[in-house]
Design a protein around this ligand. Structure first.
Ligand SMILES: Nc1nc2c(ncn2[C@@H]2O[C@H](COP(=O)(O)OP(=O)(O)OP(=O)(O)O)[C@@H](O)[C@H]2O)c(=O)[nH]1
Ligand SMILES: [Mg+2]
Length: 615
């Protein structure tokens, strides 16, 4: 075996052990952090992470969902159980590329064929955990990696954890043989990541042929960022190339700020009949682990370093989730605003239609002229309101049909307008959402059009409004001079006049010209209009009728908009998800520092340069 940079003295375990200040290898490390603030804060954080949702298809959503899944996994698999039992055996997770010789190495280190090694790639699909018989109770209990079903038989099922005991392996140390990290099998890759996140120490196995691959380096970087304790094995190195390759790998490690990780270089060799490597090849690695197993303080220091690194990494990870949750809310708000703007526009168009006289054209105007009568009646009409009133009443009395027609014309004019603005708004909202992938994902084709029953509802709206106007006239105008005669036809006539007034103009006094232009109305009809609109009572009633109509239109359009808004509402992350994530992780940070945990681990990570055996 060739070792590079003498891992025995480079040992992270020894480095951290030296810093704990304890020299008594037999002394047991503290079983817990002493209080439960930190576990409680982590439990709170877990709840916040689990509650956070990223339903809108934004670029940040899928990574956030994955990160949230990994976080809850790591909390369950490792952080919470590890914090509860700081004195539990140290778990070494053996990870790396397929065929690198991980299973062979584990078997060789424990001097038994505990994990199948093979020529078929990938061989290991379900993790195998090997420990000393005295430690097996802890791993069997299932606090660590609780999602994996314990089994004692070899398994292919990635949701199981095969437990094997090996007397040759000292107590206090366990190896977990993981599936490959860069597998063609998705489940392997995901599981390998999950297992590494539950490691106290990563034993990273690569080969002379594979050490420059991208995937391992990605994982190594993330492990480093998390402060995990790492040891590297460069396996199956041809003797003649050992120095060159080892130097290159050391350089790469240093470049990635991983220079402190001990590196073990194992030469290419033959496996024996049992599939085990010759003892002299694995000796340096076996010795390193033996020393670690014998030194409780060193083990505790490794645990603390990895544990604190993982705790410290929560803040940036959770902040990332909170940012993604904020983005979700901002996007949902933007989608809502797009819809609201479209329907606000629709409402405005109706409002304008009611104030610029455009509705008082065509059919409505024609029916109005017919209603108030033509010819003789109006030729003799004087501008005096009293006389005019009598005439209108007389006209209506004798001519019920034109009244009904006028009412129908008003209805259909309004319904047409409402259908038009609803279509336009639906289309605007639709194209607004469609332009964004996350918006498009919320759409279905029906939304491009008004609701199927919109025409019906619009008709009902107008009829209800008309009824409302008549009621208004009979209640409010009941004892006013305008409807001195309280007969139904008078109410009806006044009501229709009020409706026409609503259509006429903001000031309710259209110039004759304004009304006359589109439809060649008669001079008489203009006179009638002017007479009517000059009447304060009509103006007041028209004002109320107009407000009422616009309120009903708003309700109709709100219902239309709701078809969109309920989609964002359903997709909206929980209120203040980001806030609770940030608060929860702040609590964790606070508890981490209060527990003295962070300081101890930081001291362990940064030994003074002059201390013997450290770097
Ligand atoms: N000659 C030789 N063969 C080895 C050595 N290490 C492993 N092998 C063989 O290489 C093959 C793959 O080894 P494994 O231990 O199964 O590799 P692994 O990393 O566990 O592979 P996966 O489980 O697929 O990720 C087996 O046939 C081993 O016998 C070695 O040092 N020398
Ligand atoms: Mg294997």
């Amino acid at each position: 075996m060739t070792t590079h940079g003498d891992p025995a003295t480079q040992s992270a375990a020894h480095a951290v052990a030296a810093r704990t200040g304890s020299t008594d290898a037999g002394e047991e490390p503290p079983a817990t952090t002493g209080d439960d603030t930190l576990p409680a804060a982590l439990t709170g954080l877990r709840a916040a992470v689990e509650a956070a949702r990223f339903p809108l298809a934004l670029p940040s959503a899928e990574p956030a969902r994955r990160a949230a899944g990994s976080l809850t996994d790591q909390l369950d698999d490792y952080l919470l159980p590890r914090l509860r039992r700081l004195d539990a055996p140290l778990l070494v997770v053996v990870g790396g590329s397929t065929g690198a010789g991980k299973s062979t190495l584990v078997n060789s280190l424990v001097q038994a064929r505990v994990s199948a090694a093979g020529v078929l790639r990938p061989t290991t699909r379900s993790p195998v955990l090997v420990c000393n018989p005295t430690d097996s109770a802890w791993f069997r209990r299932g606090e660590l990696l609780p999602g994996l079903t314990r089994t004692t038989e070899p398994s292919e099922d990635p949701r199981t954890l095969q437990l094997v005991t090996a007397p040759a392996l000292p107590a206090g140390l366990a190896f977990l043989d993981a599936p490959d990290i860069d597998s063609v099998v998705d489940a392997n890759r995901a599981l390998a990541g999950q297992l590494l996140a539950a490691a106290d120490l990563w034993l990273f196995v690569t080969t002379a042929a594979r050490y420059a691959d991208a995937v391992p380096w990605e994982l190594l970087r993330s492990a480093r960022a998390r402060g995990a304790v790492i040891a590297m094995v460069l396996d199956r190195v041809p003797a003649e190339a050992a120095d060159e390759i080892a130097a290159h790998l050391s350089e790469m490690l240093a470049d990635q700020d991983l220079g402190a990780a001990p590196l073990f270089v194992l030469p290419e060799t033959w496996v024996d009949g049992q599939g085990l490597l010759p003892a002299q090849v694995t000796a340096p690695l076996a010795d390193w682990f033996a020393r670690l197993a014998a030194d409780a303080d060193a083990r505790a220091a490794v645990v603390r370093q990895t544990l604190d690194g993982a705790l410290a990494a929560l803040q940036p990870a959770v902040t990332g989730l909170a940012d993604a949750a904020d983005e979700q809310v901002a996007a949902a708000d933007a989608f809502d605003e797009r819809v609201r703007a479209a329907y606000r526009g629709a409402h405005r168009t109706v409002e304008q239609g009611l104030s610029d006289g455009r509705l008082l054209r065509g059919e409505v105007l024609a029916r109005w002229q017919e209603f108030v009568g033509t010819g003789e009646l109006f030729r003799t009409l004087e501008a005096r309101i009293g006389r005019f009133r009598d005439r209108v009443v007389a006209a209506v009395t004798g001519r019920p049909a034109p009244a009904a027609e006028l009412r129908t014309a008003i209805e259909s004019q309004l319904v047409t307008l409402l259908r038009g603005v609803s279509s336009e708004a639906a289309e605007n909202a639709y194209t607004g959402w469609k332009a964004h992938p996350a918006g498009a994902a919320l759409l279905d084709p029906d939304l491009a059009h008004p609701s199927a029953d919109l025409p019906e509802r619009a008709e009902r709206l107008v009829r209800d409004w008309q009824r409302g106007v008549l009621e208004l006239v009979s209640v409010e105008g009941g004892d006013k001079r305008f409807v001195a005669r309280t007969a139904a036809y008078a109410v009806n006539a006044t009501g229709l006049a009020v409706m026409v007034a609503v259509f006429a103009s903001t000031a309710f006094i259209p110039t004759g010209l304004e009304v006359a232009t589109g439809a060649g109305t008669t001079v008489a009809a203009q006179a009638v209009l002017q007479a009517i609109f000059g009447d304060q009572a009509v103006r007041t009633l028209a004002n109320k009728a107009r407000t009422d109509l616009l309120a009903r239109v708003r309700t109709l359009l709100d219902d239309e908009a709701a078809r969109y808004l309920e989609r964002t509402e359903a997709a909206r992350p929980a209120a203040d998800a980001a806030g609770s994530l940030r608060r929860a992780v702040d609590q964790v940070e606070l508890a981490r520092h209060r527990s003295g945990f962070a300081e101890a681990a930081t001291a362990a990570r940064t030994p003074p340069a002059d201390e013997e055996g450290l770097q």
